[in-house]
Design a protein around this ligand. Structure first.
Ligand SMILES: [Zn+2]
Length: 510
């Protein structure tokens, strides 16, 4: 097991008994700085667990898609403002993006928080079989409802500690929309929001409680290809028409052949956004939305070849490739080792929440339903492991770009049932009610404790800065996002408008 490191140079130490992280061992005596003890106590109050839990549940109920998170963003921004933060809303060209700041001067510590839902995943909370709130509506299948809430809870606790103990510096909460379409952070960076930020603490929902470092996930181009042809009667005079849908289909066939010749790190997927309106009219407009993913080094080459497939589709169908709209483009995550090592100590200090019998029963029922191992909720925090160095591709997060402009790592906090599936109804079921409340509270404690370390222990922040500045020499930030790209504020509007009313109605009587 790991021993919890003791900060030797902190003034005003409080002696506290902390249960040993491994079972069967005697509690370890750990000296905790009074400022850190303050935030742990502040967040540990039943009132704090409940009030932030209710905020998380409200955002879960809103289930708002990326850049349509008007209620979610407002609730979080209002909460921070009422707690004494200065809030700038609608920043970086996105109505639901905000920055909440408290304090002044250096150091400046940033907390990231996401709050968008995913389409098609509607599900009742804490129900262990598929049962949507509204059939086909969005749902929080990635726990983002708990994530910005954890950041806000941590920030408010830290603010209280700053006021009570005269801690100097600035904390900023970056309310980051549309993570599910990886579409806010590159625009936020471009708008200069992270200038002067010395370090960033990101968080993500998980089944475990841990952190990581190194290069991970995939870089990504998210692009909508639109083709323009000519309508005609599909039976009467089809030779007059030029089908834009044909171009989409030929492009898709071409990219599916391309897969064979790409490195294993690639991921390539698409949905058809527009493909005509009736079989008897040759479609003159069609569009397809692609996610093109690979490592930072391989992304641009792969993307060029996908663009060639689009051109080939247009040429073969005799139509025009009318536009290639880059919705977003992001880097892999390059998470800071020094940050992860600091966060790990605080994760071990906070420890895994104690799950009730009811929470264990729900976890086992869900695991049974999914055919997963019926092991219940985890009992111990994760160990910090060295990255393997191998890249087999995978998902993406626009946190990637942030990791290249300031030292950043992610605290993963528990609440999801082990075996629940990401972007699936089972994960939506987990992120509502008691386990989500406890998990986000544990996450908030680790975030707040780490923020206190970075504000009060200059030698810790210096480690992060030194490591980052070395790394930046070989990995300077060069955005993949084209200079003329604009935030896709329109992309999810129609879909969200379709379900907003029925979701409100379904939850009104509850
Ligand atoms: Zn997520």
């Amino acid at each position: 097991m790991k021993k919890i490191a003791v900060p030797a140079v902190v003034l005003g130490l409080v002696l506290v008994l902390v249960p040993g992280p491994a079972s069967g061992e005697a509690p370890a005596k750990v000296k905790i700085a009074k400022e850190k003890q303050f935030v742990l106590d502040w967040l540990g109050r039943a009132e704090a667990v409940e009030s932030f839990g209710r905020i998380s549940d409200s955002i879960w109920e809103y289930a708002e898609l990326g850049l349509q998170e008007f209620n979610s963003s407002k609730l979080l921004a209002d909460t921070l403002e009422a707690a004494g933060f200065t809030v700038e809303r609608g920043v970086a060209g996105m109505p639901t993006c905000f920055v909440a700041s408290y304090g002044s001067g250096k150091p400046v510590i940033g907390l990231l928080g996401e709050f968008d839902a995913l389409p098609m995943l509607s599900q009742k909370g804490r129900v262990a079989k598929q049962d949507p709130v509204v059939e086909g509506a969005p749902g929080h299948g990635c726990g983002h409802n708990a994530m910005c809430t954890a950041a806000a809870a941590a920030a408010i606790a830290v603010k209280e500690a700053m006021a009570a103990h005269g801690i100097k510096g600035t904390i900023k909460v970056f309310g980051s929309p549309a993570e599910e379409i990886v579409a806010s952070r590159p625009y936020m960076i471009r708008a200069g929001l992270f200038e002067g930020v010395d370090a960033v603490i990101d968080n993500h929902s998980s089944s475990g409680f841990g952190t990581d470092y190194g290069v991970g996930g995939n870089a990504l181009f998210s692009t909508i290809f639109t083709f323009k042809g000519k309508t005609a009667h599909s039976a009467g005079a089809p030779w007059v028409g030029r089908s834009a849908l044909d171009a989409v289909e030929i492009m898709n066939v071409a990219t599916n052949y391309l897969r064979e010749h790409l490195q294993l790190s690639q991921r390539l997927h698409y949905i058809v956004l527009e493909g005509g309106e009736a079989p008897n009219v040759v479609p003159d407009k069609a569009s397809v939305w692609y996610y093109v993913r690979n490592t930072d080094e391989r992304l641009e080459d792969m993307y060029k070849r996908v663009v060639d497939c689009a051109k080939a589709g247009a040429l073969a169908a005799g139509v025009e490739l009318a536009s290639m709209r880059v919705v977003s483009a992001i880097h892999q995550r390059h998470a800071s080792k020094a940050a992860a090592e600091l966060f790990q100590k605080n994760i071990e200090l906070v420890g895994m929440p104690a799950w009730s019998a009811e929470e264990q029963a729900f976890a086992k029922a869900l695991q049974k339903e999914l055919g997963a191992k019926e092991e219940g909720m985890p009992k111990e925090v994760e160990k910090l492991e060295a990255p393997t160095g191998a890249s087999y591709g995978g998902g993406s997060s626009d946190v990637g770009d942030v990791t290249l402009i300031t030292p950043t790592a992610t605290i993963g906090f528990p609440g999801s049932v082990p075996g629940a599936i990401g972007h699936h109804w089972s994960n939506v079921a987990c992120w509502y009610g008691s386990t989500a409340w406890k998990g986000l509270n544990a996450g908030a404690k680790a975030i707040a404790a780490s923020t206190i370390d970075l504000l009060t222990r200059p030698e810790e922040l210096a480690k992060l800065r030194k490591e980052f500045e070395e790394y930046a020499k070989t990995h300077p930030y060069k955005p993949f996002l084209p200079a003329d790209a604009t935030p896709p504020n329109d992309l999810n509007k129609e879909l969200m408008d379709k379900y907003r009313g029925s979701l409100e109605k379904a939850l009104a009587g509850k």
